[in-house]
Design a protein around this ligand. Structure first.
Ligand code: PEP
Ligand code: MG
Length: 548
């Protein structure tokens, strides 16, 4: 039994597959003697055909973004120029098959980079095809999330944002990583896809490929080679709690329960789970693998995909939160020593105001074309001036309902003044915990500090709740804390007026809230906030509600 930290609930059993490591650059000094060159040439030709075939069948099964990515790669793999240039390098220079493909790709990448703009974006496609063909030649797995026909548990040191883009629609049924904290993007994506996940499992990579494991995302355990009866039990317990679409306490007090989404597919799933709207649309998730900023038109299409799932309902769109654990190559510089404390979120507009203004124009167009009630908010706000400037930009773009996320202790302490310039706030408890406790949210070693139950975090939330009540304005929570059925009542008692979470958490939170009144929530909040540790706060809230 291996232990880590459960970050996405559910239990599932399947054989292990490891995230394939990046392919090393093939050695330029190995020369193929003339007599062997024919077989190297045919290795390239066969590999290109095999890759095009694989991509053709995968494209046929895929949908949406994944389909588009695969389709672009398939076209390139079938490009006769790529193959003929690589085979020429084998014949004329004696390069190995793998090296010849690599060098051919480099020439194409340079040409595309020189063209810039949309063409430069195709560099990622060239690299993808290059790696697929080389992996086929060397008979190793393609780097990244392996493609399999049967369900598997993915084991990795950690996942890059681009790896996670291909998880949707694949056969991966659970994630186990060595690194990563409860609020890392890996954890967030696992929750949004409903994949059980355990992070911080030190020995995960020692589990041999093909070994059956039972991943328990609630307990944070990975059982290696479990008994058949345990596997059958896990299959039987794979059920979620339903939601009727109206979040309320037992006394009828309404608490809208909204969904966190990262794109159109999530939004559709959220609508089918009866979410009352979207409390956090993480727009950066639409563009994680982009080298160049998306055009306004592309953005309009991506945003409409989400808005169209919620006609007449609230959709809170967050402007790009690029940086830190979600770097976007077109928005962030990679030279920062402390990216979590660097130019991320709204701060990017200091250097690149056009990026924000383009996004607001795209949002206004998407909002005009759809029937959702669009609200816009900015991530990583620390000062009242930043919030005021953001609100002005939004309003001049024609977006009327403007808010900010409260993710820094500074914003929490200035909540009263912030309410003078914005219409609502939403507590990003993942970052608020990270910055309050000075504990990197990606480090599983610091998971105990990076905990929204920490009294210092709860007290900041209380300050924001009080400011919201005084201003008569809404205070949402869209950090992962909102999806915890034990913490949700405490948040409401502290003055939170709506909760937004991964869709699959909504049923369980709704069921818990239906058992409690406003008075119960206040009692739980008072008990938790007077505690001196996270553990004591949990225990105090639980005994205030259930007597122990
Ligand atoms: C948060 O910080 O709580 C939040 C919701 O934003 P993200 O997790 O995307 O940083
Ligand atoms: Mg955040």
């Amino acid at each position: 039994m291996l232990r880590g930290r459960g970050v996405s609930s559910g239990r599932v059993a399947a054989p292990v597959v490891h995230l394939a490591p990046p392919l090393p650059e093939p050695d330029p000094d190995t020369l193929v003697p003339p007599a062997d060159r024919d077989s190297e040439v045919s290795a390239i030709e066969w590999a290109a055909v095999a890759v095009a075939d694989q991509l053709r069948s995968r494209t046929a099964q895929a949908t949406g973004e994944t389909k588009a990515i695969l389709d672009a790669s398939r076209l390139l793999a079938s490009d006769p120029e790529l193959v003929s240039e690589a085979t020429a390098l084998v014949r004329s220079k004696g390069r190995t098959a793998a090296r010849a493909v690599w060098e051919t790709a480099v020439v194409h990448e340079k040409a595309l980079a020189a063209l810039g703009g949309r063409m430069a974006e195709r560099i990622a496609d060239i690299r993808d095809v290059r790696d697929r063909i080389i992996a086929e030649i060397l008979e190793v797995d393609m780097p990244g999330v392996p493609e399999r026909d049967d369900p598997f548990v993915l084991v990795a040191a950690d996942l890059a944002p681009a790896d996670t883009a291909l998880l949707a629609g694949g056969r991966c049924v659970a994630l186990v990583t060595v690194q990563g904290g409860p609020t890392s993007h890996t954890a967030i994506i696992a929750r949004s896809l409903g994949l059980p996940a355990v992070v911080g499992v030190a020995d995960a990579q020692a589990i041999p490929v093909g070994t059956m494991v039972l991943v328990d995302g609630d307990r944070g355990t990975v059982e290696v080679a479990p008994a058949e009866s345990r596997i059958a039990e896990a299959r039987a317990s794979a059920n979620t709690v339903g939601f009727d679409g109206v979040g309320a306490l037992s006394d009828g007090h309404r608490i809208p329960l909204l969904a966190n989404v990262g794109g159109a597919a999530d939004a559709k799933a959220a609508a089918s789970a009866h979410a009352e709207g979207v409390g956090l649309f993480r727009t950066e998730f639409c563009f994680l693998d982009r080298a160049e900023a998306p055009s306004v038109d592309e953005q309009v299409t991506a945003y409409r995909g989400v808005l169209s799932a919620f006609p007449g309902r609230k959709v809170v769109v967050r402007t790009l939160d690029a940086g830190s654990d979600k770097p976007l190559p077109f928005a962030n510089s990679d030279s920062e020593d402390n990216p979590a404390l660097g130019v991320r979120g709204l701060r990017i507009a200091r250097r690149r105001p056009q990026l924000l203004d383009d996004q607001l124009v795209a949002l206004a167009r998407a909002a005009a074309a759809e029937a959702a009630e669009v609200e816009v908010m900015a991530p990583m706000v620390a000062t009242v001036d930043e919030a005021g400037d953001f609100a002005e930009r939004c309003r001049s773009a024609g977006l009327d309902r403007v808010g900010i996320m409260i993710e820094t202790p500074s914003a929490a302490l200035l909540a009263a003044e912030l309410f003078e310039v914005v219409d609502f706030v939403s507590l990003g408890t993942n970052d608020l915990a990270q910055y309050t406790m000075a504990a990197d949210r990606l480090l599983s070693d610091l998971g105990d500090l990076n905990d929204p139950w920490q009294p210092a975090v709860l007290r900041l939330i209380a300050a924001v709740g009080a400011a919201g009540r005084a201003a008569g304005k809404p205070v949402g929570v869209c950090g992962e804390a909102g999806g915890d059925p034990a913490l949700a009542p405490v948040l409401i008692g502290l003055g939170v007026t709506s909760l937004s979470m991964a869709s699959r958490s909504i049923g369980r939170v709704a069921a818990r809230l239906q058992e409690l009144s406003v008075a119960d929530c206040r009692r739980a909040a008072e008990a938790a906030i007077s505690a001196i540790s996270a553990g004591a706060a949990r225990a105090a809230a639980s005994s205030a509600l259930d007597g122990g």
